[in-house]
Design a protein around this ligand. Structure first.
Ligand SMILES: [Zn+2]
Length: 140
Protein backbone atom coordinates (compact mmCIF):
# COMPACT_ATOMS: atom_id res chain seq x y z
CA UNK A 1 0.00 0.00 0.00
CA UNK A 2 2.79 2.46 0.83
CA UNK A 3 4.29 1.97 -2.64
CA UNK A 4 1.39 3.90 -4.18
CA UNK A 5 2.19 7.02 -2.11
CA UNK A 6 4.83 9.23 -3.67
CA UNK A 7 7.89 9.72 -1.53
CA UNK A 8 9.45 13.21 -1.47
CA UNK A 9 12.78 11.80 -0.30
CA UNK A 10 13.16 9.27 -3.14
CA UNK A 11 13.26 12.16 -5.60
CA UNK A 12 14.53 15.12 -3.56
CA UNK A 13 15.96 16.96 -6.60
CA UNK A 14 17.83 20.10 -5.62
CA UNK A 15 17.08 19.74 -1.91
CA UNK A 16 20.09 17.45 -1.34
CA UNK A 17 22.85 19.41 0.40
CA UNK A 18 25.43 16.61 0.55
CA UNK A 19 25.55 12.91 -0.19
CA UNK A 20 27.85 9.91 -0.29
CA UNK A 21 27.48 6.46 -1.89
CA UNK A 22 24.25 5.40 -0.18
CA UNK A 23 23.07 8.30 2.00
CA UNK A 24 22.03 11.91 1.53
CA UNK A 25 21.16 14.89 3.65
CA UNK A 26 18.88 17.88 3.24
CA UNK A 27 17.54 20.70 5.35
CA UNK A 28 14.26 19.88 7.06
CA UNK A 29 11.39 21.95 5.69
CA UNK A 30 9.45 22.55 7.85
CA UNK A 31 12.18 22.65 10.52
CA UNK A 32 12.15 22.93 14.29
CA UNK A 33 15.23 25.15 14.61
CA UNK A 34 17.78 26.60 12.17
CA UNK A 35 20.12 23.83 11.06
CA UNK A 36 17.56 21.02 11.55
CA UNK A 37 18.94 18.52 9.04
CA UNK A 38 17.58 15.21 7.73
CA UNK A 39 19.97 12.37 6.95
CA UNK A 40 18.62 9.31 5.16
CA UNK A 41 19.44 6.39 2.90
CA UNK A 42 19.11 7.12 -0.83
CA UNK A 43 17.15 3.88 -1.13
CA UNK A 44 13.56 3.94 0.13
CA UNK A 45 13.73 2.21 3.51
CA UNK A 46 10.99 2.42 6.13
CA UNK A 47 12.22 0.13 8.92
CA UNK A 48 15.58 0.93 10.59
CA UNK A 49 16.52 -2.74 10.72
CA UNK A 50 16.29 -2.93 6.91
CA UNK A 51 19.34 -0.69 6.50
CA UNK A 52 22.45 -2.37 5.16
CA UNK A 53 25.78 -2.07 6.97
CA UNK A 54 26.97 0.29 4.21
CA UNK A 55 23.89 2.49 4.57
CA UNK A 56 24.35 2.68 8.35
CA UNK A 57 27.98 3.64 7.89
CA UNK A 58 27.18 6.25 5.23
CA UNK A 59 24.28 7.71 7.26
CA UNK A 60 26.39 8.09 10.40
CA UNK A 61 29.25 9.59 8.37
CA UNK A 62 26.83 12.35 7.29
CA UNK A 63 25.39 12.72 10.80
CA UNK A 64 28.90 13.18 12.19
CA UNK A 65 29.64 15.70 9.44
CA UNK A 66 26.53 17.77 10.25
CA UNK A 67 27.23 17.71 13.99
CA UNK A 68 30.80 18.89 13.51
CA UNK A 69 29.62 21.72 11.26
CA UNK A 70 26.77 23.04 13.43
CA UNK A 71 28.16 22.63 16.97
CA UNK A 72 29.65 25.94 17.98
CA UNK A 73 27.74 27.79 15.24
CA UNK A 74 24.03 26.92 15.50
CA UNK A 75 24.13 25.40 18.99
CA UNK A 76 26.46 23.97 21.59
CA UNK A 77 25.21 20.42 21.09
CA UNK A 78 22.93 18.27 18.92
CA UNK A 79 20.11 15.78 19.21
CA UNK A 80 19.95 12.85 16.80
CA UNK A 81 16.43 11.49 16.52
CA UNK A 82 14.94 8.67 14.51
CA UNK A 83 11.37 7.57 15.00
CA UNK A 84 9.75 4.48 13.54
CA UNK A 85 6.02 5.22 13.70
CA UNK A 86 4.10 3.08 11.21
CA UNK A 87 0.90 3.93 13.11
CA UNK A 88 1.03 7.48 11.71
CA UNK A 89 -0.10 8.29 8.17
CA UNK A 90 2.29 10.02 5.82
CA UNK A 91 1.70 13.78 5.66
CA UNK A 92 3.67 17.03 5.55
CA UNK A 93 5.30 16.26 8.90
CA UNK A 94 5.64 12.48 8.60
CA UNK A 95 7.28 10.81 5.61
CA UNK A 96 7.63 7.03 5.56
CA UNK A 97 11.20 7.18 4.19
CA UNK A 98 13.52 6.49 7.14
CA UNK A 99 15.21 9.68 8.33
CA UNK A 100 17.54 10.70 11.12
CA UNK A 101 16.96 14.22 12.40
CA UNK A 102 20.05 16.17 13.44
CA UNK A 103 18.87 19.10 15.55
CA UNK A 104 21.25 21.75 16.89
CA UNK A 105 20.68 22.28 20.62
CA UNK A 106 21.79 24.59 23.40
CA UNK A 107 21.12 24.89 27.12
CA UNK A 108 17.56 26.10 27.75
CA UNK A 109 16.99 26.57 24.03
CA UNK A 110 13.69 27.06 22.20
CA UNK A 111 12.81 23.33 22.10
CA UNK A 112 13.49 23.03 25.81
CA UNK A 113 11.46 26.10 26.69
CA UNK A 114 8.38 25.18 24.64
CA UNK A 115 8.34 21.42 25.12
CA UNK A 116 11.05 19.45 26.87
CA UNK A 117 10.90 21.23 30.21
CA UNK A 118 7.39 19.82 30.54
CA UNK A 119 8.63 16.29 29.81
CA UNK A 120 10.83 16.08 32.90
CA UNK A 121 7.83 14.78 34.89
CA UNK A 122 7.52 11.84 32.48
CA UNK A 123 10.58 10.09 33.92
CA UNK A 124 9.76 7.29 36.35
CA UNK A 125 11.93 4.99 38.44
CA UNK A 126 12.77 1.68 36.78
CA UNK A 127 11.41 -1.04 39.05
CA UNK A 128 12.85 -4.56 39.31
CA UNK A 129 9.96 -6.25 37.46
CA UNK A 130 10.22 -3.93 34.49
CA UNK A 131 14.04 -4.15 34.51
CA UNK A 132 13.83 -7.96 34.42
CA UNK A 133 11.13 -8.11 31.72
CA UNK A 134 12.76 -5.64 29.36
CA UNK A 135 16.25 -7.01 29.91
CA UNK A 136 14.95 -10.51 29.10
CA UNK A 137 13.33 -9.17 25.94
CA UNK A 138 16.61 -7.61 24.85
CA UNK A 139 19.03 -10.44 25.64
CA UNK A 140 17.10 -13.64 24.81
ZN1 LIG B 1 11.42 7.20 -0.23
Amino acid sequence: MTETISCPFCDPLERVVKSNDSAQMLLSDPRKVPGHTLVMPKRHVEKPWELTAEELQDIFALINFVEQRVVGKLGTGCDIRQGYKPFLKQDALKVNHLTFHVIPRAKDDYLYSVSEKYEEDLFAELDDLERDEVTKLLVD
